[in-house]
Design a protein around this ligand. Structure first.
Ligand code: NAX
Length: 328
């Protein structure tokens, strides 16, 4: 009998869900010896649309797909899960400020954090729904009360990492696979700091290979910070295929041991490293031992330029935390 992994996906009828579920169900994420059972959570009005997605998953006849649970009840969705991919949240409406979005979506993650702690003892949680870092912080605050370790709560900066790797590879005229050790510090927002100073191309410092410090400190950073907005402007909808891909990259990176000398980017609970406020879900360089333990990579050199950028994104996350303090 192959092992079974149960994965919950919230907002499963949304556009990221639509791009994510077939790949998850195909078995390509956990490998050919693992069956994947799904728990799909949606708000009640979206359940009929979700039934259509389920029909399509059935019609793919994936040999490794186990049972599919569909529900609008978070505790039911999270019962016995190994992974919780928290994608569902309300999109930012016209004229809505970031603070409004945080207030609007925060309560979702109070309920889901509590439900997780009741239903899932041994779980990894990735928050994708925006504002992802602060939503993850809220879920963590409630999840830990039920005994889930704080290290298990992550927010997604992998899409930003992937975007940065693609741009660095293009600039260097090399393959994206040659770019490693890319860190996104801080918030998944326009204050994030994509760190080219510690990234490598074919094992060499990216700054040496590309050489153009002005570009790396200017256009490159802005490009990554604004990439989500550029996709919306072009497509009329926010990133979905690349976001789903990044979520699955995150799952695979956590699920396997990180190769020696490498790291990947994820927003995780602080541990005092780099003097950053511990009580935030903050983008760091991280490694996995492949057994479910993710730790922050210590000792990277940070220039004054980098420190100023990191302080700015830390300040933004502290401000976001202040907006939702009442929800903890
Ligand atoms: P959609 O609006 O297509 O789908 C969201 C789904 O969530 C909807 O089906 C909705 O019914 C559902 N939902 C809302 N409240 C819910 C709740 N309480 N419980 C369960 N489901 C709920 O958005 P989509 O394009 O799929 O994006 C989802 C989220 O990802 C958004 O918050 C978006 O901003 C965020 N993103 C995060 C990214 C990241 O890198 N961290 C990048 C992509 C994306 O922008």
């Amino acid at each position: 009998m192959p092992r079974t992994v149960r994965v919950a996906v919230t907002g499963a009828a949304g556009q990221i869900g639509y791009a994510l579920l077939p790949r998850l169900a195909s078995g390509s994420v956990f490998g050919p010896d693992t069956r994947v059972s799904l728990s799909l959570l949606e708000i009640t009005p979206a359940l009929p649309a979700l039934e259509g997605v389920v029909m399509e998953l059935q019609d793919c006849a994936f040999p490794l797909l186990g049972d599919i649970r569909v529900t609008d009840n978070a505790e039911e969705a999270f019962d016995g899960i190994n992974w919780g991919l928290l994608v569902g949240s309300k999109p930012r409406g016209k004229g809505m400020e970031r603070g409004d979005l945080i207030k609007e979506n925060g309560p979702i993650f109070v309920g889901q954090g509590k439900a997780l702690s009741k239903a899932a003892a041994n779980v990894q949680v990735l928050v994708v729904g925006n504002p992802a870092n602060t939503n993850s912080l809220i879920a963590m605050k409630h999840g830990v009360k039920g005994g889930i370790p704080r290290e298990r709560f992550h927010a997604m900066t992998r899409l930003d990492q992937n975007r940065a790797m693609a741009q660095l590879a293009a600039k260097a005229g090399t393959d994206v696979a040659d770019v490693t050790n890319m860190t996104i510090w801080g918030n998944h927002s326009a204050t994030q700091y994509p760190d080219a100073e510690n990234a490598k191309i074919k094992g060499r410092p990216c700054t040496d290979v590309i050489g153009h410090v002005g570009w790396l400190q200017g256009e490159f950073i802005q490009l990554i910070q604004q990439r989500g907005a550029a996709v919306i402007a072009a497509r009329g909808l926010s990133s979905a295929a690349s976001a789903a891909n990044a979520a699955l990259d995150h799952v695979m990176s956590v699920d396997s041991a990180t190769p020696q000398g490498h790291w990947f980017s994820a927003a995780v609970a602080g541990d005092g490293s780099y003097g950053i406020d511990e009580d935030l879900i903050f983008g760091y360089p991280v490694r996995s031992d492949g057994k479910g333990n993710v730790s922050i990579v210590k000792g990277l050199e940070l220039s004054e330029f980098a420190r100023a950028r990191i302080a700015a994104t830390e300040k933004e996350l502290q401000e976001e935390r202040a907006v939702v303090q009442g929800l903890f």
